[in-house]
Ligand binder design. Structure first.
Ligand code: SF4
Length: 322
């Protein structure tokens, strides 16, 4: 089952299906840049977000993916249109809507409708959610070791948390990988970053952002959206879990989350990543107005290393903070 964004993955697992986050397939591919061009050759305009083009090509490379769940509310109109294009090409597309504004009863109904569509029994969905709790607890611990002790580096934090949207399509293996990594991380010496950064915004399409920030002695101790993918709020039922998840709703939930991170994680500054042609770029001004902390906004288009201008801006930003 292909996913175009994070949706209640517990339902997919409860139906006995294997979730595959198409974003992760795209960005992990050594041919990611070529995949964007391939989608353009197939007719996608140059002036739409590269993530959409990447996941379109990713799907064409994975004949084992039989159907796709697309969020037709809570992600963006590009992914909604992508779902329609895939349907026109004869693929099975299941639409999932995050309610806007957030509404408990509506999300509960959406989850139930998805379960009915996939043939997942309610008790099985509850069982899967329970089974995932120790894994989600470990992800919270991994996140804590990032900002509290520095035993987990920002790049590692990003890699593990981003993968929690589909658990790398194998829950047991991924849970073991996280547990092994945690054990290793706990044995490391604490690390005190010179400059503590938060990374706000959708996952960057740049291939070397964390490496470069580390070179500058700037450590990302808060990866906003990957942390959201890991469902960091414990002991909620499924409806509340996906209601607290900030990504698909209005900016105010995200702002509260960011404000909390600035305080708790003692951030020195925020790098706000924006994606070319994405409507979420518009939130930059609200984020700047509401958060009382230095913010650098950067923009990426295609999967590639940082361009020299962005490198220079990052270097100046971290220098000033230091
Ligand atoms: S980056 Fe923005 S435009 Fe692109 S898929 Fe995500 S929400 Fe849509």
């Amino acid at each position: 089952m292909g996913l175009t964004t994070t949706i209640p993955v517990e339902v997919v697992l409860a139906a006995g299906l294997t979730p595959v986050d198409l974003n992760n397939i795209f960005i992990a591919s050594p041919e990611a840049l070529a995949w964007v061009s391939d989608a353009e050759a197939a007719g996608f305009p140059r002036t739409i977000c590269a993530w959409v083009k990447g996941i379109y090509t990713a799907l064409s490379r994975r004949p084992d993916i039989r159907a796709v769940i697309a969020a037709c509310q809570g992600d963006c109109s590009y992914t909604q249109a992508l779902g329609e294009i895939l349907e026109a090409e004869g693929r099975e597309v299941i639409h999932f809507q995050f309610p806007y504004p957030p509404n408990r009863e509506q999300i509960r109904r959406e989850i139930a409708a998805l379960a009915a569509r996939l043939g997942a029994a309610t008790e099985e969905v509850v069982r899967v959610q329970e089974k995932l709790r120790p894994l989600r607890r470990n992800l919270r611990e991994l996140d804590r070791l990032t900002w509290e002790t520095g035993q987990v580096r920002g790049r590692e934090n990003f890699q593990y948390l981003i993968a929690s949207s589909d658990f790398e399509s194998d829950v047991e293996a991924y849970a073991q990988k996280v547990a092994d990594f945690l054990k290793k991380a706990r044995g490391r010496k604490p690390y005190k970053a010179k400059v503590r950064l938060g990374l706000a915004g959708i996952p960057p399409i740049f291939t070397n952002l964390w490496d470069y920030l580390e070179e500058l002695d700037g450590e990302v101790v808060f990866n906003e959206i990957p942390r959201q993918f890991s469902m960091p709020y414990p002991d909620l039922d499924l409806a509340d879990q996906y209601l607290r998840y900030t990504y698909p709703y209005d900016i105010f939930g995200r702002l509260a989350d960011l404000e909390e991170a600035v305080k708790t994680r003692r951030l020195d500054g925020i790098v706000h990543y924006t994606q070319s042609f994405c409507f979420r770029q518009m939130f930059d001004q609200v984020i700047r107005e509401r958060l009382h902390i230095p913010i650098l906004t950067i923009e990426g288009d295609r999967p590639a290393p940082l361009d020299s201008r962005t490198r220079m801006r990052l270097e100046a930003f971290v220098d000033v903070l230091r």
